[in-house]
Design a protein around this ligand. Structure first.
Ligand SMILES: OC[C@@H]1[C@@H](O)[C@H](O)[C@@H](O)c2[nH]c(CCc3ccccc3)c[n+]21
Length: 450
């Protein structure tokens, strides 16, 4: 068998999840509601009113789930910590909430699996939202730094990879601007204020992390990045792609790596939101403090044509590729383009693909298995793109499949399955899909065979 793509021996093969999507136990051991508890219980916000009340019951089944990680043979496991378990009220630390993560990390360490912890994956404590709108309130930075510092104190060097935020674009634009995610606001000025405070909280947490000198641990941030392509060679379509790229990518990449917001987007946005009076002296220096790695969440690309009437002067047009159950075009070559662009224009730091994966119609067949060939194909094609980038000297250090297991897919509830492990929500039974068995072989071989 010829090897299609070979990876370095120390390549970090992983899978990823997040707290609200898998844990359940929303009232246990002192946890108080997050904005996602509130949002999912609000009429019409999620598919059939699905909530994370039980999810995959991972809070009680974590030992079994870590055993599954071992069976698949992952080198690392990316999970997130639920802020409302750690600080159920402002300033009130909850050691029982921390205990869960200490037990989880202990199970991982026993099996030589590297923990990669995301500090914030969208489950803002409701008490923080009740005080001036959560990320809209500049005080959120102080609350976040207190939370992150407690994590560094209690878990510090047990976590080699610390990720400050998962996808600031989603926590701000999708949540305060578009309204699809909690807290469901539809105000673009609010979205940019939230984005600014989230980025500031990232910078302040990195500074706190540096002061604590946690040996052997690295800190970074995870951004969801969507390459934008013009629908034609027309100048106006190229302009549309420039704005779509600014909207999705440069608004976050530039402050973090260049210490400024992109000029073209500032100009475009100023017509919509007025003054950028929420940007204070020194903020961009804080946001752009040096980090150790960049986490990249990649799923798909966008193709846009010029649209005079839209805010971004851009309208999405469907691509020619096959689509996943989310309706996202499958475009592995765009992952290669993205990685090359990041390397060329932004950073030579180590990068990790902290999420890549797909939802497909999964069903358990007579043989009790899930033959998810489309998901194997999706992951294989994206790994080939990653290998090509590494082969050209790209500093890509690892790949985390989204997701370890089927889970609460936000506004889509449990209707979309991204896992390489199937979850039967009525019995909580886990079934390794064919993609998990395939991924196990890829990890053993450090490479892909066709
Ligand atoms: O949608 C699949 C996953 C989520 O389950 C993860 O929690 C989240 O980190 C994540 N980000 C993306 C790409 C950005 C996006 C998120 C939600 C909706 C649309 C696009 C896809 N995913």
């Amino acid at each position: 068998m010829i090897k299609l793509a070979k990876f370095p021996r120390d390549f970090v093969w992983g899978t990823a999840t997040s707290s609200y999507q898998i844990e359940g136990a929303v009232n246990e051991d002192g946890r108080t509601p997050s904005i996602w508890d509130t949002f999912s219980k609000t009429e019409g916000k999620t598919y059939k009113g699905h909530t994370g009340d039980v999810a995959c019951d991972h809070y009680h089944r974590y030992k079994e789930d870590v055993e599954i990680l071992k069976e698949i043979g992952v080198k690392a496991y990316r999970f997130s910590i639920a802020w409302p378990r750690i600080f159920p009220e402002e300033g009130k630390y909850n050691p029982k909430g921390m205990d869960f993560y200490k037990k989880l990390i202990d199970e991982l360490q026993k099996r030589d699996i590297v923990p990669a912890a995301t500090i914030y994956h969208w489950d803002l404590p409701q008490w923080a939202y009740d005080k001036g709108g959560g990320w809209l309130n500049r005080e959120s930075i102080k609350w976040y730094v207190e939370y992150a510092t407690k994590l560094f104190e209690e878990l510090g060097d047990a976590i080699p990879l610390w990720i400050t935020h998962n996808e600031p674009w989603c926590s701000s634009i999708l949540s305060y601007g578009i309204g699809e995610h909690a807290p469901g606001h539809k105000n673009y000025r609010e979205a940019l204020i939230a984005a600014h405070h989230i980025l500031l909280s990232h910078g302040e947490a990195v500074k706190a992390f540096r002061e604590m000198n946690i040996k052997g641990s690295k800190i970074g941030i995870t951004l969801n990045l969507t390459p934008a392509y013009p629908a034609s060679e027309k100048e106006e379509d190229k302009l549309a792609a420039q704005y779509a790229d600014g909207f999705a990518n440069r608004w976050f990449l530039d402050p973090i790596f260049k210490g400024n917001y992109p000029e073209d987007m500032m100009e475009l946005y100023s017509k919509i939101i007025g003054e950028f009076d929420f940007i204070k002296e020194g903020d961009l220096e804080t946001i752009s403090v040096p980090i150790d790695f960049l986490g990249v969440n990649y799923y798909t690309r966008s193709i846009v044509k010029y649209d005079e009437d839209s805010m971004l002067k851009a309208e999405n047009v469907p691509g020619p590729g096959k689509r996943t159950e989310m309706g996202w075009e499958i475009s592995p070559e765009s992952l290669y383009d993205l990685l090359k662009r990041l390397d060329r224009e932004y950073t030579k730091l180590p990068m990790y693909i902290t999420e890549n994966g797909a939802a497909f119609k999964d069903e358990v067949t007579e043989d009790g298995r899930v033959h998810d060939d489309e998901r194997i194909e999706y992951i294989k094609e994206h790994l080939k793109a990653a290998a090509k980038f590494i082969g050209e000297g790209g500093n890509l250090k690892g790949y985390f499949v989204w997701s370890l297991m089927d889970n609460f897919e936000w506004a889509h509830g449990y209707s979309k399955r991204f896992g390489i492990v199937y979850v039967d929500y009525t019995t909580q039974k886990r079934i390794l899909k064919d993609s998990a068995l395939w991924y196990k072989e890829v990890i053993l071989d450090d490479g892909i065979e066709d």
